[in-house]
Design a protein around this ligand. Structure first.
Ligand SMILES: [Zn+2]
Length: 386
Protein backbone atom coordinates (compact mmCIF):
# COMPACT_ATOMS: atom_id res chain seq x y z
CA UNK A 1 0.00 0.00 0.00
CA UNK A 2 1.16 3.52 -0.91
CA UNK A 3 4.13 2.22 -2.86
CA UNK A 4 5.06 4.40 -5.81
CA UNK A 5 6.46 2.50 -8.78
CA UNK A 6 8.32 4.59 -11.32
CA UNK A 7 7.57 3.08 -14.72
CA UNK A 8 9.59 5.44 -16.94
CA UNK A 9 11.38 8.77 -16.98
CA UNK A 10 12.00 11.17 -19.82
CA UNK A 11 14.35 13.92 -18.67
CA UNK A 12 12.82 14.96 -15.35
CA UNK A 13 9.30 13.87 -16.40
CA UNK A 14 8.03 10.74 -14.66
CA UNK A 15 5.37 8.10 -15.34
CA UNK A 16 4.46 5.99 -12.35
CA UNK A 17 1.83 4.04 -10.44
CA UNK A 18 0.75 5.01 -6.91
CA UNK A 19 -1.10 2.24 -5.06
CA UNK A 20 -4.01 3.39 -2.83
CA UNK A 21 -6.78 1.51 -0.97
CA UNK A 22 -9.32 2.62 -3.62
CA UNK A 23 -7.21 1.71 -6.64
CA UNK A 24 -4.00 2.46 -8.50
CA UNK A 25 -3.30 5.98 -9.70
CA UNK A 26 -1.45 6.19 -13.00
CA UNK A 27 0.72 9.30 -12.95
CA UNK A 28 0.97 12.04 -14.02
CA UNK A 29 -2.54 12.54 -12.68
CA UNK A 30 -4.84 15.57 -12.49
CA UNK A 31 -7.46 15.72 -9.71
CA UNK A 32 -10.62 17.73 -10.39
CA UNK A 33 -11.67 19.63 -7.24
CA UNK A 34 -14.86 18.70 -5.41
CA UNK A 35 -14.75 21.46 -2.81
CA UNK A 36 -17.94 20.59 -0.96
CA UNK A 37 -17.92 16.84 -1.75
CA UNK A 38 -19.05 17.44 -5.33
CA UNK A 39 -17.19 18.41 -8.48
CA UNK A 40 -19.52 21.24 -9.42
CA UNK A 41 -21.83 20.54 -12.39
CA UNK A 42 -20.76 16.87 -12.79
CA UNK A 43 -22.11 13.59 -11.46
CA UNK A 44 -19.57 10.97 -10.30
CA UNK A 45 -20.63 8.86 -13.30
CA UNK A 46 -19.75 11.69 -15.69
CA UNK A 47 -16.40 12.12 -13.92
CA UNK A 48 -15.67 8.43 -14.31
CA UNK A 49 -16.64 8.52 -18.01
CA UNK A 50 -14.24 11.44 -18.47
CA UNK A 51 -11.46 9.25 -17.10
CA UNK A 52 -11.00 10.99 -13.74
CA UNK A 53 -9.17 8.77 -11.27
CA UNK A 54 -8.50 11.09 -8.33
CA UNK A 55 -10.84 13.69 -6.79
CA UNK A 56 -9.91 16.32 -4.20
CA UNK A 57 -12.23 17.62 -1.49
CA UNK A 58 -11.61 20.49 0.90
CA UNK A 59 -11.29 19.86 4.60
CA UNK A 60 -12.16 23.43 5.62
CA UNK A 61 -15.48 23.39 3.76
CA UNK A 62 -16.55 19.89 4.85
CA UNK A 63 -15.55 20.53 8.47
CA UNK A 64 -17.89 23.55 8.54
CA UNK A 65 -20.66 22.01 6.45
CA UNK A 66 -21.98 19.34 6.80
CA UNK A 67 -19.32 18.53 9.46
CA UNK A 68 -16.68 15.81 9.32
CA UNK A 69 -18.40 13.72 11.99
CA UNK A 70 -21.60 13.63 9.95
CA UNK A 71 -19.56 12.49 6.92
CA UNK A 72 -18.00 9.74 9.04
CA UNK A 73 -21.46 8.67 10.27
CA UNK A 74 -22.60 8.44 6.65
CA UNK A 75 -19.79 6.01 5.87
CA UNK A 76 -16.98 8.42 4.96
CA UNK A 77 -16.43 10.68 1.99
CA UNK A 78 -16.23 7.96 -0.72
CA UNK A 79 -19.62 6.61 0.35
CA UNK A 80 -21.17 10.03 1.07
CA UNK A 81 -20.44 11.50 -2.36
CA UNK A 82 -20.43 8.14 -4.20
CA UNK A 83 -16.91 8.46 -5.60
CA UNK A 84 -15.48 4.91 -5.56
CA UNK A 85 -11.93 5.81 -6.64
CA UNK A 86 -8.98 7.37 -4.85
CA UNK A 87 -9.60 10.66 -3.04
CA UNK A 88 -7.44 13.40 -1.58
CA UNK A 89 -8.22 15.99 1.06
CA UNK A 90 -6.18 19.10 1.81
CA UNK A 91 -5.44 20.11 5.40
CA UNK A 92 -7.74 23.14 5.56
CA UNK A 93 -4.70 25.34 6.12
CA UNK A 94 -4.84 27.18 2.80
CA UNK A 95 -8.45 28.34 3.31
CA UNK A 96 -7.94 29.20 6.97
CA UNK A 97 -4.83 31.27 6.24
CA UNK A 98 -6.59 33.10 3.43
CA UNK A 99 -9.20 34.37 5.94
CA UNK A 100 -6.66 37.11 6.64
CA UNK A 101 -9.03 39.45 8.51
CA UNK A 102 -10.58 36.91 10.83
CA UNK A 103 -7.83 34.46 11.76
CA UNK A 104 -5.13 34.43 14.40
CA UNK A 105 -2.01 32.26 14.08
CA UNK A 106 0.13 31.05 16.96
CA UNK A 107 2.71 28.28 17.20
CA UNK A 108 0.09 25.78 18.28
CA UNK A 109 -2.51 26.39 15.56
CA UNK A 110 -4.94 28.86 14.00
CA UNK A 111 -8.17 30.33 15.37
CA UNK A 112 -10.58 31.52 12.70
CA UNK A 113 -14.13 32.63 12.04
CA UNK A 114 -16.40 30.61 9.77
CA UNK A 115 -17.21 32.41 6.50
CA UNK A 116 -20.71 30.93 6.79
CA UNK A 117 -21.94 32.18 10.17
CA UNK A 118 -18.98 33.93 11.83
CA UNK A 119 -18.67 31.24 14.51
CA UNK A 120 -15.23 30.75 16.08
CA UNK A 121 -13.15 27.61 15.33
CA UNK A 122 -9.62 26.37 15.88
CA UNK A 123 -7.42 24.14 13.71
CA UNK A 124 -4.26 22.58 15.08
CA UNK A 125 -2.18 19.91 13.30
CA UNK A 126 -3.93 17.30 15.46
CA UNK A 127 -7.39 18.69 14.65
CA UNK A 128 -6.69 18.77 10.91
CA UNK A 129 -5.63 15.11 10.98
CA UNK A 130 -8.66 14.13 13.09
CA UNK A 131 -10.99 15.86 10.59
CA UNK A 132 -9.24 14.23 7.62
CA UNK A 133 -9.47 10.83 9.33
CA UNK A 134 -13.22 11.32 9.73
CA UNK A 135 -13.51 12.23 6.04
CA UNK A 136 -11.42 9.17 5.09
CA UNK A 137 -9.65 10.14 1.84
CA UNK A 138 -6.80 7.93 0.58
CA UNK A 139 -4.31 10.81 0.54
CA UNK A 140 -4.35 13.40 3.34
CA UNK A 141 -2.18 16.46 3.83
CA UNK A 142 -0.09 17.84 6.66
CA UNK A 143 -1.33 21.13 8.20
CA UNK A 144 1.08 23.80 7.00
CA UNK A 145 1.43 27.56 6.78
CA UNK A 146 1.38 28.93 3.24
CA UNK A 147 3.37 32.19 3.39
CA UNK A 148 3.43 34.97 0.74
CA UNK A 149 6.02 33.57 -1.72
CA UNK A 150 8.26 36.66 -1.97
CA UNK A 151 8.50 37.58 1.75
CA UNK A 152 11.70 35.97 3.07
CA UNK A 153 11.26 36.82 6.77
CA UNK A 154 7.71 35.54 6.78
CA UNK A 155 8.78 32.35 5.00
CA UNK A 156 11.63 31.81 7.46
CA UNK A 157 9.30 32.01 10.45
CA UNK A 158 6.49 30.04 8.78
CA UNK A 159 8.89 27.26 7.78
CA UNK A 160 9.80 26.48 11.39
CA UNK A 161 6.11 26.27 12.20
CA UNK A 162 5.32 24.12 9.13
CA UNK A 163 8.08 21.67 10.08
CA UNK A 164 7.00 21.38 13.71
CA UNK A 165 3.41 20.90 12.54
CA UNK A 166 4.42 18.21 10.01
CA UNK A 167 5.95 16.13 12.81
CA UNK A 168 2.85 16.69 14.96
CA UNK A 169 0.56 15.60 12.09
CA UNK A 170 2.58 12.42 11.71
CA UNK A 171 2.37 11.70 15.45
CA UNK A 172 -1.39 12.39 15.44
CA UNK A 173 -2.20 10.00 12.58
CA UNK A 174 -4.11 6.90 13.74
CA UNK A 175 -5.42 5.37 10.50
CA UNK A 176 -3.00 3.22 8.50
CA UNK A 177 -5.14 3.29 5.33
CA UNK A 178 -4.41 6.94 4.52
CA UNK A 179 -1.17 8.29 3.03
CA UNK A 180 -0.13 11.48 4.83
CA UNK A 181 1.89 13.77 2.55
CA UNK A 182 4.35 16.35 3.90
CA UNK A 183 4.30 19.83 2.31
CA UNK A 184 7.52 21.58 1.30
CA UNK A 185 7.33 25.35 1.81
CA UNK A 186 9.87 28.18 1.58
CA UNK A 187 8.46 30.57 -1.03
CA UNK A 188 10.79 31.36 -3.94
CA UNK A 189 13.94 30.96 -1.79
CA UNK A 190 16.00 27.92 -2.82
CA UNK A 191 17.86 27.58 0.48
CA UNK A 192 14.57 27.52 2.42
CA UNK A 193 13.02 25.07 -0.07
CA UNK A 194 16.04 22.77 0.20
CA UNK A 195 16.00 22.95 3.98
CA UNK A 196 12.28 22.13 3.94
CA UNK A 197 12.72 19.20 1.55
CA UNK A 198 15.59 17.86 3.68
CA UNK A 199 13.66 18.16 6.94
CA UNK A 200 10.48 16.55 5.59
CA UNK A 201 12.35 13.78 3.79
CA UNK A 202 13.90 12.98 7.17
CA UNK A 203 10.37 12.35 8.49
CA UNK A 204 9.85 9.84 5.63
CA UNK A 205 6.38 10.66 4.30
CA UNK A 206 4.82 8.41 1.62
CA UNK A 207 4.60 11.45 -0.66
CA UNK A 208 5.56 15.13 -0.81
CA UNK A 209 3.60 18.18 -1.89
CA UNK A 210 5.14 21.42 -3.04
CA UNK A 211 3.03 24.12 -1.43
CA UNK A 212 3.15 27.90 -1.57
CA UNK A 213 3.33 28.13 -5.36
CA UNK A 214 0.81 29.54 -7.85
CA UNK A 215 0.03 32.18 -5.24
CA UNK A 216 1.45 35.28 -6.92
CA UNK A 217 5.05 34.54 -7.94
CA UNK A 218 6.04 34.60 -11.63
CA UNK A 219 5.94 31.48 -13.78
CA UNK A 220 9.76 31.59 -14.06
CA UNK A 221 10.05 31.63 -10.27
CA UNK A 222 7.67 28.68 -9.99
CA UNK A 223 9.62 26.70 -12.60
CA UNK A 224 12.94 27.46 -10.88
CA UNK A 225 11.62 26.20 -7.53
CA UNK A 226 10.33 23.00 -9.17
CA UNK A 227 13.71 22.42 -10.81
CA UNK A 228 15.49 22.92 -7.48
CA UNK A 229 13.06 20.49 -5.81
CA UNK A 230 13.65 17.78 -8.40
CA UNK A 231 17.09 17.03 -6.99
CA UNK A 232 16.01 17.32 -3.33
CA UNK A 233 13.01 15.00 -3.19
CA UNK A 234 13.32 11.20 -3.15
CA UNK A 235 12.72 9.69 -6.60
CA UNK A 236 10.58 6.82 -5.34
CA UNK A 237 7.86 9.00 -3.73
CA UNK A 238 5.08 10.89 -5.55
CA UNK A 239 5.32 14.69 -5.87
CA UNK A 240 2.20 16.81 -5.77
CA UNK A 241 2.03 20.42 -6.96
CA UNK A 242 -0.91 21.91 -5.07
CA UNK A 243 -3.43 24.23 -6.72
CA UNK A 244 -2.04 23.95 -10.28
CA UNK A 245 -3.09 24.31 -13.00
CA UNK A 246 -3.79 25.52 -16.43
CA UNK A 247 -2.99 23.31 -19.45
CA UNK A 248 0.45 24.92 -19.82
CA UNK A 249 1.15 24.63 -16.07
CA UNK A 250 0.46 20.89 -16.21
CA UNK A 251 2.92 20.43 -19.07
CA UNK A 252 5.51 22.65 -17.39
CA UNK A 253 5.02 20.82 -14.08
CA UNK A 254 5.37 17.32 -15.55
CA UNK A 255 8.46 18.51 -17.39
CA UNK A 256 9.95 19.35 -13.98
CA UNK A 257 9.11 16.08 -12.27
CA UNK A 258 5.60 16.62 -10.86
CA UNK A 259 3.31 13.58 -10.62
CA UNK A 260 0.06 14.91 -9.08
CA UNK A 261 -1.93 18.12 -9.68
CA UNK A 262 -5.25 19.56 -8.55
CA UNK A 263 -6.95 22.79 -9.51
CA UNK A 264 -10.38 24.45 -9.51
CA UNK A 265 -9.50 26.20 -12.78
CA UNK A 266 -11.32 23.91 -15.26
CA UNK A 267 -14.55 23.83 -13.26
CA UNK A 268 -14.50 27.45 -12.09
CA UNK A 269 -13.83 29.03 -15.49
CA UNK A 270 -16.47 26.75 -17.02
CA UNK A 271 -19.08 28.30 -14.72
CA UNK A 272 -17.85 31.70 -15.89
CA UNK A 273 -18.39 30.74 -19.54
CA UNK A 274 -14.77 30.02 -20.49
CA UNK A 275 -13.33 27.03 -22.32
CA UNK A 276 -9.76 25.80 -21.86
CA UNK A 277 -8.27 24.64 -25.16
CA UNK A 278 -4.92 23.44 -26.47
CA UNK A 279 -4.25 26.90 -27.83
CA UNK A 280 -5.45 28.97 -24.86
CA UNK A 281 -8.62 30.11 -23.12
CA UNK A 282 -11.78 31.02 -25.04
CA UNK A 283 -14.47 33.29 -23.65
CA UNK A 284 -17.56 31.59 -25.04
CA UNK A 285 -19.69 34.66 -24.29
CA UNK A 286 -17.96 36.57 -27.09
CA UNK A 287 -20.30 37.83 -29.83
CA UNK A 288 -18.46 36.19 -32.78
CA UNK A 289 -19.48 32.76 -31.40
CA UNK A 290 -23.21 33.55 -31.78
CA UNK A 291 -23.34 32.02 -35.28
CA UNK A 292 -20.30 29.74 -35.03
CA UNK A 293 -21.19 26.20 -36.15
CA UNK A 294 -17.90 24.70 -34.93
CA UNK A 295 -17.54 22.75 -31.66
CA UNK A 296 -15.96 24.51 -28.67
CA UNK A 297 -12.62 22.92 -29.63
CA UNK A 298 -12.15 21.32 -33.03
CA UNK A 299 -10.76 17.80 -32.77
CA UNK A 300 -11.95 17.35 -29.15
CA UNK A 301 -13.82 14.08 -28.53
CA UNK A 302 -15.68 15.14 -25.37
CA UNK A 303 -19.49 14.95 -25.15
CA UNK A 304 -19.79 18.73 -25.50
CA UNK A 305 -17.63 18.99 -28.61
CA UNK A 306 -18.95 15.80 -30.21
CA UNK A 307 -22.53 17.09 -30.11
CA UNK A 308 -22.91 20.85 -29.71
CA UNK A 309 -21.89 24.03 -31.52
CA UNK A 310 -20.25 27.14 -30.14
CA UNK A 311 -23.44 28.95 -31.10
CA UNK A 312 -25.49 26.67 -28.85
CA UNK A 313 -23.07 26.86 -25.93
CA UNK A 314 -23.02 30.66 -26.18
CA UNK A 315 -26.83 30.70 -26.29
CA UNK A 316 -26.93 28.59 -23.08
CA UNK A 317 -24.53 30.98 -21.34
CA UNK A 318 -26.42 34.11 -22.33
CA UNK A 319 -29.71 32.46 -21.29
CA UNK A 320 -28.12 31.47 -17.95
CA UNK A 321 -28.97 27.82 -18.51
CA UNK A 322 -27.45 25.24 -16.12
CA UNK A 323 -26.42 23.12 -19.10
CA UNK A 324 -23.85 25.77 -20.08
CA UNK A 325 -21.86 25.03 -16.92
CA UNK A 326 -22.31 21.27 -17.36
CA UNK A 327 -21.09 21.20 -20.97
CA UNK A 328 -18.13 23.53 -20.42
CA UNK A 329 -17.10 21.66 -17.27
CA UNK A 330 -17.17 18.39 -19.22
CA UNK A 331 -15.01 19.92 -21.93
CA UNK A 332 -12.50 21.55 -19.57
CA UNK A 333 -12.05 18.52 -17.30
CA UNK A 334 -11.81 16.27 -20.37
CA UNK A 335 -9.00 18.41 -21.77
CA UNK A 336 -6.86 18.32 -18.60
CA UNK A 337 -7.40 14.58 -18.11
CA UNK A 338 -6.56 13.92 -21.77
CA UNK A 339 -3.41 16.03 -21.49
CA UNK A 340 -2.16 14.08 -18.47
CA UNK A 341 -2.87 10.77 -20.25
CA UNK A 342 -1.03 11.94 -23.37
CA UNK A 343 1.92 13.08 -21.28
CA UNK A 344 2.07 9.71 -19.54
CA UNK A 345 2.02 7.89 -22.88
CA UNK A 346 4.76 10.12 -24.28
CA UNK A 347 6.95 9.54 -21.19
CA UNK A 348 6.48 5.77 -21.57
CA UNK A 349 7.31 6.08 -25.28
CA UNK A 350 10.35 8.29 -24.61
CA UNK A 351 8.92 11.18 -26.65
CA UNK A 352 7.89 13.57 -23.86
CA UNK A 353 10.31 16.39 -24.76
CA UNK A 354 8.93 16.62 -28.29
CA UNK A 355 5.34 16.40 -26.98
CA UNK A 356 5.90 19.20 -24.45
CA UNK A 357 7.73 21.45 -26.93
CA UNK A 358 4.97 20.99 -29.50
CA UNK A 359 2.20 21.66 -26.96
CA UNK A 360 3.85 24.78 -25.53
CA UNK A 361 4.58 26.20 -29.00
CA UNK A 362 0.83 26.25 -29.76
CA UNK A 363 -0.42 27.42 -26.37
CA UNK A 364 -1.06 31.06 -25.60
CA UNK A 365 -1.44 32.29 -22.01
CA UNK A 366 -4.65 34.18 -21.30
CA UNK A 367 -4.47 37.95 -21.76
CA UNK A 368 -4.43 39.60 -18.35
CA UNK A 369 -2.91 36.52 -16.76
CA UNK A 370 0.45 37.76 -18.03
CA UNK A 371 3.45 36.13 -16.54
CA UNK A 372 1.96 35.54 -13.09
CA UNK A 373 1.18 32.05 -12.00
CA UNK A 374 -2.55 31.61 -11.54
CA UNK A 375 -3.17 33.00 -8.08
CA UNK A 376 -6.89 32.34 -8.16
CA UNK A 377 -6.65 28.63 -8.68
CA UNK A 378 -7.68 27.25 -5.31
CA UNK A 379 -11.01 27.17 -3.55
CA UNK A 380 -11.32 30.23 -1.35
CA UNK A 381 -13.41 30.05 1.82
CA UNK A 382 -16.50 31.31 0.02
CA UNK A 383 -15.99 29.13 -3.05
CA UNK A 384 -18.92 26.92 -2.14
CA UNK A 385 -21.23 29.87 -2.80
CA UNK A 386 -19.97 30.54 -6.31
ZN1 LIG B 1 -14.50 19.22 -25.84
Amino acid sequence: MFEFDLSAQSGSARAGVFHTPHGDLLTPVFAPVGTAATVKALTPLQLKDLGATLVLSNTYHLYLRPGDELVREMGGLHQFMQWPGPMLTDSGGFQVFSLSDTRKIDDDGVTFKSHIDGSLHRFTPEKSIAVQENLGADIIMAFDECAPPLDRDYNRAALNRTHAWAARCQAAQKRADQALFGIVQGGVFYDLREESARYLTGLDFPGYAIGGLAVGESKEQMHAVLEAMHACLPAHKPRYLMGVGSPEDLVNGVKRGIDVFDCVLPTRVARNGAALTRTGRLNMKNAPFARDPRPVEEGCTCYCCANFTRAYVRHLITSEEILAAVLLTIHNVHLLLTLTREMRQSILAGTFDAYAADFLSHYQSSPGQGNKSDSDARPRPAESFS
